[in-house]
Structures are given as structure tokens and as C-alpha cells.
Design a protein around this ligand. Structure first.
Ligand SMILES: [Zn+2]
Length: 61
């Protein structure tokens, strides 16, 4: 499965909308269609990328 990331900038060549994700059963990798940029996402890395959600206090109206 190949999916382009809209608005993503390639760290390699700096072009926007050239990054796509290849998804395997257990791994994800990001590639650039314009240069050699490749980033493999392992499950460990994915876990690191998870951001903690903090509650947002909505202002009373
Ligand atoms: Zn690139």
C-alpha cells in the first residue's frame, strides 16, 4: 500500500508532497519520490512518536 502524505516536506530534497508511505504488515517506511530519502518506521519508533493527550480546558461561555 502506497500513500502520499499531503503537505509533508522531504528532509532530503526539501520538496513538498513527494513523501509517500509504504505500509507492510508490521512495518512502515517513508520514501521520497524525488530523491533517495528513506525512513523506516519500526514499531519501537512508532511508540516513541505517540504523543500524550492532555485534557484541554474549554473556556466557559
Ligand atoms: Zn526528497
Amino acid at each position: 500500500m502506497k500513500r502520499f502524505i499531503s503537505g509533508a516536506t522531504c528532509p532530503g530534497c526539501g520538496l513538498v508532497d513527494k513523501i509517500y508511505v509504504l505500509k507492510d504488515d508490521d512495518s512502515e517506511s517513508m520514501h521520497c519520490s524525488q530523491c533517495d530519502y528513506v525512513e523506516i518506521k519500526t514499531e519501537d519508533n512508532a511508540a516513541d512518536g505517540v504523543q500524550e493527550w492532555s485534557p484541554i480546558k474549554l473556556p466557559d461561555k
